[in-house]
Design a protein around this ligand. Structure first.
Ligand code: NIG
Ligand code: ZN
Length: 432
């Protein structure tokens, strides 16, 4: 059993209390439940007490000598950040396409001529399980160093059965071996493989009748995602794929309205998706439908930035009542980054979200986007002891002072895994 941890005297301790049952919307996205001079007691991997330092010091006065004390004075303490949309497991890199885009080629042109997602698919097929594991493990270390303690990870760089399974098995093994929690999503519907170019409906049939049932039977994923985009999967094909997943217990997610308006947000609401992601071109009608159904809008301003596109209208979505979350979209084509804090800065500057809203979007609302709102995303008694300490005095400064990694300490499952901005070396990274 690991030692109890007593984090003391934070200049601001962001609790987000009372948000475990449903994502926060509208003004509630700004209610961070801040405790000044706040402290938190962690034991057995669980949060035991949260409150003013003087209260907790009294409560645990007989046990102070046994605990590891972490002095958080002058620092910001938040729930461990949650990244609800990544393509974590992939082979290779695509810097040549980055260069091509800088010279005028578009993301879809590159994809339609066999590059883009197809290029990463080839590189992922060619990589061994072990290579994918090692590269993704290193990526998870980088996430952790940026204060992130849970990530969602999608397949979709295989599109044939063996490679999809390889990606999902790697993600499963990462969840077991790495201290960061990895939540899995099947995304066989990421692109239409070239062998099905003339008959995409046949690929949709393979997904629905062959792959989705096996993914569910083998317990490979919790969620089922589709790239609903002009030239990729139509809204009708997307609906069929997402409904098929539902029949097998896979919760729908959708890449919606990223490049062109395609009524993806509307579809997300119709099929009862847990989240609709991207939404750069979402219609007002679609946003309203999402708000009504409580579909989390997972916004990825790092992707818009990297594709030199206009960001989603996060401000409008929040004002309309959409529960908004933020994510890196970490992937080799449209967002090769693990820095959720940088994405939070873009949330403010590119989508006019307030610093308080982006904190909510990268913690509790992100947790709800992956159905983990009851376990993580806020600092409340009984929740997982996932805590990040930043070297800034207040939450606004985290967004204001950008391009710097302010992460100082990360506690994951009640274990200190980052100390003074460095991974703890002796860490076994195993989960009990
Ligand atoms: N848009 C579709 N999928 C990914 C990008 C994948 C890639 O380009 O490799 C995304 O979410 O941005
Ligand atoms: Zn994506």
């Amino acid at each position: 059993m690991s030692k109890s941890i007593f984090i003391r005297n934070a200049s601001q301790l962001v609790t987000l209390q009372g948000s475990s049952n449903a994502p926060l919307v509208k003004e509630a996205m700004s209610e961070l439940g801040i405790i000044e001079n706040g402290s938190i007691w962690l034991e057995d991997g669980v949060i035991q007490a949260v409150g003013l330092d003087e209260e907790l010091a009294l409560m645990y006065k007989d046990r102070l000598g046994d605990a590891e004390i972490i002095d958080a004075s002058g620092k910001l303490v938040t729930p461990g950040l949650v990244d609800p949309h990544t393509h974590l497991v992939f082979g290779g890199s695509r810097e040549q396409e980055f260069n091509m885009r800088l010279q005028g080629a578009t993301y879809m042109e590159i994809m339609n001529t066999g590059g883009g997602i197809h290029s990463t698919t080839r590189q992922t097929k060619a990589a061994t399980h072990e290579e994918l594991f090692q590269e993704s493990y290193e990526r998870l270390n980088q996430f952790l160093l940026h204060g992130v303690t849970t990530v969602e990870a999608k397949s979709g760089y295989g599109m044939d059965w063996d490679t999809e399974v390889k990606q999902l098995e790697v993600a499963r093994q990462l969840n077991e071996k790495h201290v960061v929690d990895v939540v899995r999503t099947f995304m066989g519907a990421h692109a239409v493989p070239k062998e099905y170019k003339e008959n995409p409906d046949e690929f949709v049939r393979v997904l629905i009748e062959e792959m989705i049932p096996k993914v569910a039977e083998m317990g490979l994923a919790e969620f089922n995602d589709v790239f609903c985009e002009k030239g990729v999967f139509t809204p009708e094909q997307s609906r069929q794929i997402l409904e098929a997943g539902k029949r097998y217990g896979l919760t729908p997610k959708i890449h919606a309205d990223e490049i062109e308006p395609y009524e993806g947000a509307e579809l997300a609401a119709e099929v009862g998706a847990i989240s609709a992601d991207h939404l750069l071109k979402a219609s007002e009608k679609g946003m309203k439908a999402m708000a009504e159904k409580g579909v989390v809008g997972v916004l990825l301003p790092g992707t818009a930035y990297f594709l030199m596109a206009e960001s989603a209208n996060g401000r409008k979505m929040i004002d309309l009542g959409v529960p908004v979350a933020l994510s890196t979209d970490c992937n080799p084509g449209s967002s090769p980054t693990v820095s959720l804090p940088f994405i939070m800065n873009l949330g403010c500057l590119k989508m006019r979200m307030t610093p308080a809203e982006v904190i909510t979007a990268a913690t509790i609302n992100a947790a709800h986007a992956i159905n983990r709102g009851r376990e993580i995303g806020s600092l409340e008694v009984g929740k997982k002891a996932d805590v990040t300490i930043f070297k800034v005095e207040n939450y606004m400064k985290l967004q204001y002072s950008y391009g710097v990694n302010h992460t100082h300490t990360v506690v994951k499952n009640g274990q200190v895994v980052v100390r003074g901005g460095h991974l703890v070396e002796e860490l076994s990274f195993s989960k009990n």
